[in-house]
Design a protein around this ligand. Structure first.
Ligand code: F6P
Length: 380
């Protein structure tokens, strides 16, 4: 049954992450208080087109979801709407699909559609906006690579997971005097590797944004050994480039899919073992980083995002994405948000602090604790 009153629609798109349900709950609660009905579309943007699939949402059927990982609405990042393919190349969505979305929105009296997604999903929302469909965006991704906002929700939970893994690897690495390599997600941004590497006491952090060499990583291992530390923790971002300049991919995906990154951890471990003749082990954390309950920070952030998104709908400010500019929530045009991707700046204080502690980024700046690293080439 279509809702009787104007309804706020909500959907979750792209890779899931902790905090999606907190956004949904906040959208539902704040919509109801403003007198709107609420409708959740299933499996991301796919739910908006034939066969249209949605569920009415209310305080009762969203009770208790704040703490749950995943998304009660489901998600997809491989559907018919892909607006980003290959190595982050933008494409236009089939106009007949956009017409179908506009029809669904009309038929269900949707006065505003809240789309929680990363840059690829928000690129879809932008095309909705250009077609006249009333959308607002919420910045979701564990990668934290949207430059318009201080933090995307999901990032803190992913960092927490990677930090916990490092804590566990620390003790076994020390017991067996091994080198442990932890590969973490993040696509072309090194935020998860950087934050977890610092929080988990990593010795070497390899990022997409800083060129590194095996010689420098080996030097750090040997330096530690000369100090009596017979184990080393290496954190490597999945999007870090090998010294010869290549990304390591786990598959090319289909013609309309993005390239899947992964596998650099094994390569780093094999090469360190070969060069140093030490025992090296690899852990690929993978989707564990995207599962589980959101951290306190992500619960609060996602709740604020959801509430602010409904406020944008209520005020008719479509085509905007909510963003966190501490201490307040603000908004920016989605068009701007998807073109301002955020990478680790080697001159940032967090990188300098890590260097000051002796953490190596595998680059030549290691000898000079406060020197900013050389930025790596941008992804092809
Ligand atoms: O963008 C989030 C993310 O988890 C990336 O860090 C990772 O590269 C990618 O999604 C994995 O995607 P999939 O779940 O499709 O393998």
């Amino acid at each position: 049954m279509p809702p009787a009153k104007p309804a706020v629609g909500v959907l979750t798109s792209g890779g899931d992450c902790p905090g999606l349900n907190a956004v949904i709950r906040a959208v539902v609660k704040s919509s109801e208080r403003l007198g709107y009905d609420c409708v959740g579309f299933l499996r991301g943007y796919e739910g908006l087109v034939e066969p249209v699939s949605y569920m009415p949402l209310n305080a009762r059927n969203t009770a208790g979801i704040l703490t749950q990982g995943g998304t009660i609405l489901g998600s997809t990042n491989k559907g018919r709407f892909a607006a980003t393919v290959g190595e982050d190349q933008r494409v236009r969505i089939d106009p007949t699909l956009l017409d179908q979305v506009a029809a669904t929105v009309r038929q269900l009296s949707i006065c505003g559609l809240v789309c929680a997604g990363g840059d690829g999903s928000l690129a879809i929302a932008q095309q909705f906006h250009e077609r006249g469909i009333p959308v607002v965006g919420v910045p979701k991704t564990i990668d934290n690579d949207l430059g318009a906002t201080a933090f995307t929700f999901g990032f803190d939970s992913a960092v927490d997971c990677a930090t916990d893994a490092l804590d566990r690897l620390h003790t076994t690495a020390a017991s067996h005097e091994r080198i442990m390599v932890l590969e973490v997600m993040g696509r072309h941004a090194g935020w998860i590797a950087l934050h977890s590497g610092i929080a988990g006491g990593g010795d070497v952090i390899l990022l997409p944004e800083i060129d590194w060499t095996f010689e420098n990583v080996c030097r750090k291992v040997l330096e530690r050994e000369s100090e009596g530390k017979r184990f080393t923790l290496v954190v490597v971002a999945e999007g870090a480039r090998l010294p010869e300049g290549g990304l390591v991919t786990a598959g090319t995906g289909g013609a309309r899919e993005q390239v899947r990154l992964g596998g650099i951890g094994e390569i780093v471990a094999a090469e360190l073992g070969r060069r140093l003749l030490r025992e090296v082990r690899t852990v690929v954390l993978g989707h564990l980083q995207r599962g589980g309950s959101p951290t306190t920070f992500d619960r609060v952030l996602a709740t604020e995002y959801g509430a602010h998104a409904v406020r944008l709908v209520h005020e008719g400010r479509f085509g905007e994405m909510v963003c966190f500019r501490p201490p307040n929530m603000e908004s920016v045009p989605i068009s701007e948000a998807i073109t301002r991707l955020s990478r680790v700046d080697p001159a940032r204080s967090i990188v300098l602090a890590a260097r000051a502690l002796g953490i190596s980024f595998g680059d030549d700046a290691a000898a000079s604790p406060f020197a900013a690293g050389r930025p790596a080439a941008a992804p092809a």
